[in-house]
Design a protein around this ligand. Sequence first.
Ligand code: GLN
Length: 554
Amino acid sequence: MKTNYIFITGGVVSSLGKGITAASIASVLESRKLNVTIMKLDPYINVDPGTINPIQHGEVFVTEDGSETDLDLGHYERFIRKKMTRHNNFTTGSIYSEVLQKERKGDYLGSTIQVIPHITNAIKKRILQGSKKSRISIIEIGGTVGDIESLPFLEAIRQMSNDINKKHIFYIHLTLVPYISVSKEIKTKPTQHSVKELLSIGIQPDMLICRSEFPVPKNEKEKIALFCNIPIKAVISLQDLDSIYQIPKLLKLEGVDKYICNYFRIKAPEADLSEWDTVIYEESHTNNIITIGIIGKYIELPDAYKSVIEALKHAGLKTSTMVKIQLIDAQKIENNKGIDLLNNLDGILIPGGFGKRGIEGKMMSIKYAREKKIPYFGICLGMHLAIIEFFRNVIGIKETNSTEFDPKCQYPIIDIISNNKNNKNLKATKKNKKEIPIGGTLRLGSKTCILDKNSLVEKLYGKNIIIERYRHRYEVNHQLLDQINISELKITGRSKKNQLAEIIELNNHPWFIACQFHPEFTSTPRESHPLFIDFIKASIKFQKTNNNINIKNN
Ligand code: GLN
């Protein structure tokens, strides 16, 4: 079976939603029973996004096989059923790193190493590797045409139409068609320029997807077709919609999948988007409105919490609820009266995070949720802090902390992962402290967790063996935890290997669950996650019982 390649580039401006468009095309093709995969090529020099501050590029998405990837892979998994792996995302940095290692080993036998052909060859090899066994492979190129950084990627995908018969290569270019409100005109010139830029690199797009505020009228489509040398059927209008989950349907209506299948001469059943119709129906039929506060420190960029926000919304779909999200800066809570920021919340969630900044504000929010019996959901760092807060304020061990925030802490209830402690290369001494690598040294990916019989979490999952995704460097110090017999705080999930504490529940609280793993990474609009669903149900109940009925309009 031959693989067919669809390359997606972007032009005019960034942030047009290339990732979501690519994912939506993949989902329409997958609904035609085709084996589709999807990849993201990132032009930056970091080897992976794991070391980048989420404020810059958004969250780091973790795949089942434990790779730290671009947040677009989260969109891909929310739109298609295929699971992503380390082969579905790579950066310029990882390509250079591979080529340089080979050069040091002498693998190039005396050649001068150059962008063309060595870097471009390495890029093409990764594209082929990630596309293996798929009928259609969609490859999204990060950045915008004209950026210096993405040039080697564009050159590599240009070359591929010579390496492989052009019949199996399809280029899509996503552009902006702006509406000028003063003159009430739709402008096609930026698209024409962007295509010109792409042509100068040697790529003639086969399809243009035009992002716009309103549907692009026939006249403008004809103009674009004429100037950009593209059949009118391949000029697609993708206007702003109420929800991203309506995009697959619009693309089908515009004939995108049909055009692509004809181009590749693929015979496949009609696209069946009934599951997306259900999602759209659920989105527009809600009986409740609740507000969940996410207490974090990367709140300037909501994309930093993309999967958590989406997972809350998915749970809303399954409970007929519109979930409003308030991103609250943890540091603001530390200020006098900052706790008032939590006043109107129906549920409090503390997501993953790294470093000391804002942790006291987060712990104040946990104390507030615990005492006021507001549903609390802690994820990863949110679990560490829930345990520290409990030890400090309920048990009374004030000096407890995580060694992440206080390396010399007397009573470290959260400590560096024991495996890392015993690993000589990662063991911190005074001398080597600065040399311990930060990149690639976390506990990552899918692991098995065993749930306590008769616990709430077991009831919610409906089973007692679960697989969830992890990303952390610190863990519960159960040598200390096991010394204390606390009936109020229960460990209700432990790792299959090593019996690490992975889930905690508070007993005398309506809903207080915290987990070491990241359930947000496995939630999709079609299959929401049991912990998120129950958290939303508990928050609805909290709102009702507290008569906390605020009139919350859009
Ligand atoms: N900073 C904590 C750790 O490294 C928590 C990580 C997270 O929340 N993803 O263990």
